[in-house]
Design a protein around this ligand. Structure first.
Ligand SMILES: *Cc1c(COP(=O)(O)O)cnc(C)c1O
Length: 406
């Protein structure tokens, strides 16, 4: 008899997106003429930068000829891409980075989910609330989350509430934790940590020998000076943090798939006996054993985002979405709503009118304004009373949506 990993059946089914789809379908049945605007999506809408498409065409052509054909590449990524990442994303900001600290992959969802492989199931995990659901669910699969409680909160996870009371800046845990998930700029709240605020987390991790798993998927959307683009801008972070970056939101690679993870060489965690082990070595072992590399064609597309034309085109994509974010933020404010985010991230976190739950506000926006958003409660208990507006739609749809709100 084959036994299953029973952690999987402890995880409650995620009703969020199926429930949204159900309610949208209901509305479409009741009001067949409703012109729905979808502002719930976390997917981009603009096509790839030309520089990336051109690079892919060129790379595909290389794959046609035996003289230039490439089979398996290095699992960690080609040197041309790892070098471009080091130079453009780190050296250009005054951060030291070596190519063997960069692990290219097919996405940050996989990386933030897989990273747990190299850590003991006995580690105590802290996760901001609300959060990207991958952090909680993958820890549950690994048996690190304990049991799902009555309210949906896992017994063994330390939730770090991010709410209006703390202005979405999580407080340091009062108990010792080992692994800390931070995502800044944040999905879903669109808020950030300043350099000083992030520094407190680095100091906490140094003091407790914890590891920070820093998801910087929205780094490219930062507009304010005092918001760090990388956790390695903070002194000492190389000894306590792993950073995840993705081309998905930055350059429209959600369907093309390319990301990378930074594991500094001098980042250590411990055996039960207290021996320090380099996590770079462990992640290299994990990555080369379970992953066979991102496709050559796609790595060329990612490399092209760092060319002069590529940079210009990526900048234009980001500017387009951030103008949407501004329109949403200011439109909702004019309509009398309290909103957060939208300044350094393509998400606006809108507070429901007093006494309304996330789902009630969602229903109101759907039925009265024909706008599809994402209920905040779907991202964790502290998301209750909010909905997330995404700025990834078209300008036209964004303008129309705000006209309806005002
Ligand atoms: C979109 C997103 C990612 C990127 O995922 P990919 O697998 O690289 O497409 C990572 N983290 C967060 C929080 C995201 O919202």
């Amino acid at each position: 008899m084959t036994l299953i990993n029973e952690n999987f059946i402890k995880i409650p089914a995620t009703y969020l997106f199926s429930e949204i789809a159900k309610r949208v379908a209901q509305l479409q049945q009741q009001q067949p003429d409703a012109r729905l605007i979808r502002m719930g999506i976390g997917d981009v809408s603009l096509p790839l930068p030309d520089a990336s498409v051109d690079a892919m065409i060129k790379a595909a052509e290389e794959q046609r000829h035996s003289s230039s054909f490439r089979g398996y590449g290095p699992e960690q990524g080609y040197d041309f891409l790892r070098k471009a990442i080091c130079e453009n994303d780190y050296h250009a900001r005054g951060i030291k980075m070596e190519t063997d600290e960069v692990f290219v992959s097919d996405g940050s969802k996989s990386d933030t989910g897989n990273i747990g492989d190299i850590f003991s199931a006995d580690n105590k995990v802290a996760i901001t609330d609300p959060s990207y659901p991958v952090y909680v669910d993958t820890n549950a699969m690994a048996g690190r989350a304990g049991e799902p409680g009555e309210t949906g909160a896992w017994t063994n996870i330390v939730y770090l509430p991010c709410n209006e009371a703390n202005q979405f800046v999580p407080q340091l845990p009062t108990e010792a934790v080992d692994l800390i998930y931070l995502c800044y700029p944040n999905n879903p709240t669109g808020t950030t940590l300043t350099r000083d605020q992030l520094k407190k987390w680095v100091e906490y991790a140094q003091e407790h020998k914890s590891i920070i798993l820093f998801d910087a998927a929205y780094e490219a959307f930062i507009t304010e000076e005092n918001v760090p683009h990388s956790i390695y801008e903070i002194e000492g972070a190389r000894e306590v943090a792993i950073e995840f970056r993705s081309f998905s939101k930055t350059a429209g690679f959600t369907g093309t798939r390319c990301a990378y993870t930074i594991v500094p060489r001098n980042l250590m965690a411990f055996t039960r006996n207290g021996d320090a082990i380099a996590l770079n070595r462990l992640w290299n072992r994990r990555h080369t054993t379970k992953f066979n590399g991102t496709s050559y064609v796609v790595q060329r597309a990612a490399e092209a985002t760092y060319s002069p034309e590529g940079k210009q085109q990526v900048k234009a994509l980001i500017a387009y979405y951030m103008e949407n974010a501004r329109l949403i933020r200011e439109g909702l404010q004019r309509a009398g709503y309290t909103v957060y985010g939208g300044i350094n991230a393509p998400y606006v976190w809108a507070k429901a009118p007093t006494g309304m739950t996330s789902w009630a506000y969602f229903d109101y926006l759907l039925n009265e304004k024909q706008l599809v958003t994402t209920p905040g409660a779907g991202f964790g208990a502290s998301g209750e009373g909010f909905v997330r507006f995404s700025a990834f739609g078209s300008r036209e749809a964004t303008l129309e949506a705000m006209k309806r709100m005002e």
